[in-house]
Write a protein that binds this ligand. Structure first.
Ligand SMILES: NC(=O)c1ccc[n+]([C@@H]2O[C@H](COP(=O)([O-])OP(=O)(O)OC[C@H]3O[C@@H](n4cnc5c(N)ncnc54)[C@H](OP(=O)(O)O)[C@@H]3O)[C@@H](O)[C@H]2O)c1
Length: 310
């Protein structure tokens, strides 16, 4: 019987205990799932960064650390972590991100705010938004989340460009990569969506220079991580009109401090890191599949590259 330690925040136990137990049973696994296994006897660690576990060194027998989060920037550099680290690619989380990104892109594309916030008795007809095909959208990051968002936006008719580190081929997307590709991906884009991991290479990827490449009056949508954006550069670009609106879900400090200028800015929308949450039922199946693989001696899914940081 495999001993699986649940090391997320205590409140999450109620959400995950049954989905994980069910998923282990459906995968034909014999698992003892607990919040209190002795470190030296633990076979797998189901982990979330907001849980209690910081020191992985005593888990000498653990075959893998299975993250409940997609982003691993707070754990990937932990020097006590020697076990394989698997990040989460959860179909439920992916669908949630597709819905959040699509909703916010459509909000800006259709100019919904003008009608929702400006209902003043004046009949302003004769103004219609361009069609999606006339609205270039760029996704920085076309991994599990970015590629799914890109395909949904392309299915709506948007002209979608995706940018990654390595060359990629994602159906219905113009795919670019690397430093040269970044310039081309951003040039004249009217919407940019950042779905990159937080690494040394992606810090401040949206800065004064790269924001200036976008079309005048572009929209920035960041559900990736706060440090992807140089906050001061974004505020300057908003004030100059280079950026018409920024919809931000993630921040350098979370919760976003009450005195941060983003809160009060009339052309910034703040959402509290809710773009896409892990869905226990679908996530549990992925965790169970990785335990099954570990027990069968097969390679784990979604192993993080420590050097790359994602
Ligand atoms: N706000 C929320 O609720 C929420 C929820 C979940 C996740 N997230 C964030 O979303 C991020 C993306 O998740 P994911 O599952 O899609 O990750 P992923 O599958 O690892 O995809 C990451 C993408 O970023 C690209 N990339 C990484 N470093 C790069 C670099 N230096 N230059 C160019 N491209 C680079 C990768 O390129 P390659 O394809 O070439 O490797 C890949 O396309 C997570 O790391 C997390 O921070 C936010």
């Amino acid at each position: 019987m495999s001993k699986v330690l649940f090391a997320a925040k205590p409140q999450a136990w109620d959400d995950y205990e049954h989905p994980l137990s069910d998923a282990f049973a459906k995968a034909g696994l014999s698992v003892d799932l607990s919040r209190s296994h002795a470190a030296a006897e633990t076979d797998y660690i189901v982990f979330a960064p907001n849980g209690p576990l910081r020191d992985f060194a005593p888990y000498v027998k653990a075959k893998a650390v299975l993250s409940l989060w997609a982003g691993v920037e707070t754990i990937v550099g932990n020097p006590t972590l020697t076990q394989p680290l698997c990040r989460l690619v959860d179909p439920g989380l992916t669908r949630g991100m597709v819905e959040w990104v699509t909703g916010h892109v459509l909000r800006h594309h259709l100019g919904m705010d003008a009608h929702i916030l400006g209902q003043d008795g004046i009949w302003r007809d004769g103004i219609s938004p361009p069609l999606a095909a006339e609205r270039p959208v760029t996704l920085l990051g076309i991994g599990a989340l970015g590629a799914a968002c890109g395909q949904a936006l392309a299915a709506l008719g948007f002209a979608v460009t995706g940018w990654s580190r390595q060359p990629k081929d994602v159906a219905n997307l113009r795919c670019l990569h690397g430093a040269d590709g970044l310039q081309e991906a951003l040039r004249d884009a009217q919407v940019v969506v950042t779905l990159l991991p937080q690494t040394a290479d992606t810090q401040n990827i949206l800065n004064a220079r790269t924001l200036a490449l976008l079309a005048k009056g572009a929209f920035v949508i960041n559900p990736g991580r706060g440090p992807l954006i140089d906050d001061e550069a974004l505020l300057a670009a908003l004030d100059s009109g280079q950026i018409a609106h920024a919809t931000l879900d993630v921040f350098r400090r979370e919760p976003l401090p009450v005195d941060h200028p983003f809160w009060a800015h009339p052309r910034v929308t703040v959402t509290p890191h809710i773009a896409a949450t892990t869905r226990p039922a679908t996530a549990a199946r992925i965790i169970a599949e990785n335990v099954r693989r570990g027990e069968a001696g097969l390679p784990f899914l979604n192993v993080v590259d420590r050097q790359l940081g994602y």
